[in-house]
Ligand binder design. Structure first.
Ligand code: 5GP
Ligand code: MG
Length: 177
C-alpha cells in the first residue's frame, strides 16, 4: 500500500479560513446560522469553523453534533443504512439555516441519514453541507456546498483524516490499495 500526505496543518488552516469566509459571504453574515458536526471528526471541524467565523464576524454560532451508528463510523464496514441521530444539539433547529459538517464525503448515505434525522428533530429553513475531503463515488445526488479538496480515489482506497484534538496532528493521508 502507498500512503501519501494530501493535506498538512497549513492546508487545514487555509481551508477552514476559506470556508469560513465562503459561509459568511454566501449568507451575507451569520444571522440564523448554526453548525452541526457529524461525529467524530466532523464535530471537531465544526468547532474550528465556528471559531474562525467568530474571529471574522465577532459572532459565535451555535454548534451541535450528530452521532453515527458504530458500524458506519467504522466506515470500512459499509452498512447501506447508516443511522444518524442528534446527540448534542443544544439549540432549536426550527427556522435555522443548518450547515452539516463532516470530514469525508463518499457515497452520500451518511449525509442523507443526517438530513433525515435533522428534519425529524425540527424544521430547519435550510440545510447545507461542508466537508473537508470529497473522495468521490457518490451513490446519491448529494454534493457539498463548501469543500476542502477533492481526492481522486478508488472505492477501496482509504482517506485518513487526523485532527489535532484527537490525533495530535492536522493531516490527511490517502492510502492507495
Ligand atoms: P458516506 O456515507 O458518504 O459513504 O461516507 C461518509 C462517512 O463515512 C463520513 O462520516 C466519513 O467520516 C466516513 N468515511 C467514508 N469514507 C471515508 C474515508 O475514506 N476516510 C475516512 N476517514 N472516513 C470516511
Ligand atoms: Mg465519520
Amino acid at each position: 500500500t502507498k500512503k501519501k500526505s494530501i493535506l498538512n496543518d497549513q492546508d487545514y488552516k487555509r481551508i477552514i479560513t476559506r470556508i469560513a469566509y465562503e459561509i459568511i459571504e454566501k449568507h451575507k453574515g451569520v444571522k440564523n446560522l448554526a453548525l452541526v458536526g457529524i461525529q467524530t471528526r466532523g464535530d471537531f471541524l465544526a468547532k474550528r469553523l465556528a471559531e474562525q467565523i467568530a474571529a471574522i464576524e465577532g459572532t459565535t454560532l451555535p454548534v451541535g453534533s450528530m452521532d453515527i451508528n458504530m458500524y458506519r463510523d467504522d466506515w470500512t464496514k459499509i452498512s447501506h443504512q447508516p443511522t444518524v441521530r442528534p446527540s448534542n444539539i443544544p439549540f432549536s433547529v426550527d427556522d435555522k439555516e443548518i450547515i452539516l459538517v463532516d470530514d469525508v464525503l463518499f457515497t452520500g448515505r451518511t449525509v442523507r441519514a443526517a438530513m433525515e434525522a435533522l428534519m425529524d428533530f425540527g424544521r430547519p429553513s435550510r440545510i447545507e453541507l461542508a466537508i473537508l475531503v470529497d473522495r468521490g463515488h457518490r451513490e446519491l445526488p448529494i454534493q457539498a456546498d463548501y469543500q476542502g479538496i477533492f481526492a481522486d480515489t478508488e472505492s477501496d482506497d482509504m482517506i485518513h483524516v487526523h485532527v489535532l484534538e484527537q490525533d495530535n496532528e492536522d493531516c490527511v493521508y490517502r492510502e492507495l490499495k
